[in-house]
Design a protein around this ligand. Structure first.
Ligand SMILES: CC(C)(COP(=O)([O-])OP(=O)([O-])OC[C@H]1O[C@@H](n2cnc3c(N)ncnc32)[C@H](O)[C@@H]1OP(=O)([O-])[O-])[C@@H](O)C(=O)NCCC(=O)NCCSC(=O)C[C@@](C)(O)CC(=O)[O-]
Length: 360
């Protein structure tokens, strides 16, 4: 057996420390808490950013409002990115100003650089939206958002295509953004894209995923979402990737973000849950795709994730009305003239129609 080098010994010690701290945090939670799954609904952002046409602001606002009423508590509302790069997100300032801000619901927005953060901060300094309780009149003013999401990738090729800079440059760009956002009281979430395969450079080195995720956490992100942007992962590759990452990054700080290109989204989400991940990103009706990941389809559908954990040990913190969510999936799919990509949404509608025709 070979003797580990000093660097390897340091890495092992570091992994053990991280595992022990994860284990301690895990042991202090009750079994019920451990099985609470946070859903981050990304439909209004990841879902709509890839649409061919421009989605009207009214429709975006209605989508966000309906998702909140259905019980979702984290709804990614849009992006403060360059409209030259992603024109579909150009109206985000108006969207987050006009949406109904439900108490207890968070509405993060994507920010790629200091310009995006400054634009958001300017908006926050001048705007507050009404806190609306469905049972009463507006009660107080709450800022439209309390959270940003920054994003980078596990390959330089994707990072360049998506944000015009290498991973290293993006981390340098994002560090002061994170610091300033935190100083202004905003929470910061991080994304690492292409954690399984890259559309430009192929198979991804999972150690790179691990190192970038670690840097984002050290920078000040409270959580890092691992994106299978191309949707090529399966239970084995996602499990292998998580094994590498979780050796160094505490599992409770990770989220899974699975695109459903090969129909593996639910399987990958369940693999992530079994590994200890408790936050999953998904989009209603399986909307979406990344403009810089050719051929990739939308995120795994929120309806499919919720159905997959029904009658299991897992539950969401707040009850989400699955029937209502499925109706939203149908509504937005029809409005966008696209196929509803949620199999659960389709099955629920078919059942409803059968029941109706049996009654008639
Ligand atoms: C990062 C940049 C800006 C660099 O793009 P760049 O061209 O290098 O930037 P620049 O600084 O040279 O600016 C170019 C122009 O954009 C303007 N600009 C510059 N920044 C902003 C801003 N924030 N807001 C508004 N305008 C901005 C800037 O003012 C300038 O305007 P001009 O002087 O030519 O008129 C660009 O590449 C960009 O915006 N990229 C975003 C791409 C994107 O949104 N991709 C999708 C989101 S990531 C994703 O979907 C993956 C994820 C998160 O879901 C996880 C997964 O599935 O993997």
């Amino acid at each position: 057996m070979s003797v580990p080098t000093a660097l390897a010994r340091k890495r092992i010690a570091c992994s053990l420390r991280s595992l022990n701290s994860s284990r301690r945090a895990y042991q202090t939670q009750s079994a019920a808490d451990r099985n609470v799954v946070r859903i981050v609904e990304v439909g209004p952002r990841d879902g709509l950013q890839n649409e061919k046409g421009i989605v009207p602001t009214n429709m975006k606002v209605e989508l966000i409002n309906r998702l909140g009423i259905a019980g979702l508590t984290i709804i990614e509302a849009g992006s403060f990115v360059s409209p030259k790069w992603v024109p579909q997100m150009a109206g985000t300032a108006e969207v987050i100003t006009r949406m109904e801000k439900l108490p207890g619901v968070h509405y993060p927005v994507l920010v790629p650089n200091m310009k995006g953060l400054d634009n958001l901060l300017e908006l926050l300094s001048t705007t507050t939206s009404q806190s609306v309780d469905s049972s009463s009149a507006p009660t107080s003013t709450i800022p439209p958002t309390d959270e940003i999401a920054i994003f980078t990738a596990a390959t330089d090729a994707f990072c360049l295509a998506n944000t015009n800079c290498t991973i290293e440059e993006s981390l340098k760009r994002l560090a002061p953004v994170t610091q300033k956002a935190r100083e202004k009281g905003l929470r910061v979430r991080g994304y690492v894209s292409v954690v399984i395969t890259c559309p430009y450079s192929g198979k991804v080195d999972y150690h790179r995923v691990r190192d970038v995720a670690k840097e984002l956490l050290e920078m000040g992100c409270y959580e890092v979402s691992l994106g299978d942007t191309t949707g090529t992962g399966n239970s084995t590759t996602v499990g292998d990737m998580l094994d590498v990452v979780v050796g160094v990054v505490p599992v409770e700080k990770l989220a899974g973000h699975f695109h459903d290109t090969f129909g593996m989204g639910v399987a990958n989400a369940l693999t992530a849950l079994e590994t200890g991940v408790r936050t999953l990103d998904s989009s209603v009706g399986g909307l979406g795709g990344c403009p810089y990941s050719p051929g990739a389809t939308g995120n795994v559908a929120t309806e499919d994730i919720l159905y997959s954990i029904q009658n299991s040990k897992y539950r969401t913190e707040k009850k989400v009305d699955l029937e209502q969510l499925a109706d939203i999936g149908w509504w937005i799919s029809e409005k966008l003239n696209r196929q509803n990509a949620s199999l659960v949404g389709r099955a629920l509608r078919a059942r409803k129609e059968r029941q109706k025709s049996e009654k008639d």
